[in-house]
Design a protein around this ligand. Structure first.
Ligand code: APR
Ligand code: PHB
Length: 413
């Protein structure tokens, strides 16, 4: 048995665990990161790709913003397409100059892994049978993580465990009887493709269409990322390339605009759900990212929420270890959940407004269309969308909202 000690045991090397490790290292706090999958698997996993301004700021400040600054695409707006027309939402004008950056989560993960390994800090891939223990009552002993690695039993004794092991991880499962779950499932999923073709659009297009939702996104000037609303549990086998392209053309083309086709290099179906497990703290176990909450991808919030959680957690751990001040740890869960619920509402709102519910009647369809027409014709509604999409400040103080959010003259150019 190999016994090891650290200050923070981080379970999971997704964006949450890796960024937490990076922020702690910069604050001089020791951590060991344990990941069930291989490095190759984690670096090949295709996920979302929209970074809020605040996320970019955190990554830059953590010293992992160089490639992001070189390769990321700044987008100051999005398009909403419905009723056969495309409408521009100038998010930067509506929010006093804020924008999002299109840069794949996969690339963020690669940058964080490279930075950690370059400093020779502990990051163990392919760890098996991770079990956590001893975190419930801070008065009774130390948190322990037991696992197998390279055929050997390991015991990691920590002061704090960070559960960054995603929706299917072991940490939330271990405290299942103590968490309160709030959730929604949706009667659809997303079929996503990665395409070697220049995007035909300069900014993302979210389209509601009688055949269902579709999204035109991108990864670079040469790579497009597109999504189609499909049935839940849909098998990718049922979707030939011809069927995918014909549905994308049906849902996106018009007014002289057409989706740009090219070789499909990846395709997969992602289920949609909204999920919150509260509280996010259980003794000395702190849940962060997908381990604690899931949003449907329509609001592009999943990765950004994970970054916000671990930014708050890293600061709170620095207060604990450096100053013996535990107050920030005590309010960790409530502060994160306030932001999580704003993103939950925004993601649910975008999702229900833009998708066709297969059971939807004419009344439901008209409500969604009315909401879309309101968003593109009212400065107040467009601003509400824009400030949520580019990301609210990490922690909001009471009051009528940031003065830097200016009203634009016209929303629909
Ligand atoms: N032991 C160790 N690692 C585990 C275990 C386990 N028992 N279970 C899961 N993991 C690992 C997964 O293999 C994964 O690499 O934990 C990691 C969790 O990473 P993510 O699922 O990426 O979750 P998170 O880091 O919270 O990132 C937030 O934003 O865009 C969204 O859902 C998307 O992944 C994204 C998320
Ligand atoms: C993506 O590019 O993968 C993407 C963009 C915006 C979303 C979801 C996913 O809302």
């Amino acid at each position: 048995m190999v016994v090891e000690r650290t200050q923070v045991a981080i379970i999971g090397a997704g964006p949450a665990g890796l960024l937490l490790g990076r922020l702690l290292a910069r604050a001089g706090i020791d951590a060991v990161i344990l990941e069930a999958r291989s490095r190759e698997y984690v670096e090949a996993r295709i996920r979302a790709g929209v970074l809020e301004q605040g996320t970019v700021d955190v990554l830059r400040a953590a010293g992992v913003g160089d490639r992001l600054d070189r390769e990321g695409l700044r987008h100051g707006g999005i398009y909403l397409s419905f009723d056969g027309a495309r409408h521009h939402i100038p998010m930067d004008e509506l929010t006093g100059g804020r924008a999002v950056t299109v840069y794949g989560q996969t690339e963020v993960v690669k940058d964080l892994i490279a930075a950690r390994l370059a400093e020779d800090l502990p990051l163990r891939f392919e760890t098996e049978d991770v079990r956590i223990d001893g975190f419930e009552d801070p008065g009774l002993g130390r948190p322990t993580v037991r696992y197998r690695h390279g055929g050997e039993e390991h015991e990691l004794r920590a002061e704090v465990i960070a559960g960054c092991d995603g929706f299917h991880g072991v940490c939330r499962r271990t405290v299942a009887s103590q968490v309160r779950i709030s959730e929604r499932t949706y009667p659809f999923a997303w079929l996503g493709i990665l395409v070697d073709a220049a995007p035909a659009t300069d900014e993302l297009i979210y389209a509601r269409h009688p055949e269902g939702f579709s999204l035109y996104s991108m990864r670079s000037p040469a790579v497009s990322r597109l999504y189609l609303q499909v049935a839940p549990e849909e098998s990718i086998e049922n979707w030939s390339e011809d069927r995918i392209w014909s549905q994308l053309h049906a849902r996106q083309d018009g007014d002289g605009f057409a989706v740009n086709e090219g070789p499909i290099t990846e395709s997969s179906v992602t289920p949609m759900r909204s999920f919150v497990a509260a509280p996010m703290r259980h003794g000395n176990l702190f849940l962060a990212g997908d381990a604690a909450h899931i949003v449907p991808p329509t609001g592009a919030k999943g990765l950004n929420l994970a970054v916000a959680d671990v930014t708050v957690l890293a600061r709170a751990l620095a207060s604990h270890f450096d100053e013996g001040d535990d107050r920030p740890l005590e309010t960790y869960s409530d502060r994160c959940l306030a932001r999580v619920w704003r993103a939950q509402h925004f993601s649910w709102w975008m999702t229900t407004m833009l998708h066709r519910d297969p059971a939807e009647d004419a009344y439901g369809a008209e409500l969604a269309l009315s909401q879309l027409r309101y968003v593109v014709s009212s400065r107040a509604q467009a601003t509400a969308l824009a400030e949520n999409y580019v990301g609210l400040p990490l922690e909001r103080t009471a009051g009528p909202g940031p003065a830097r959010i200016h009203a634009a003259e016209a929303v629909d150019g």
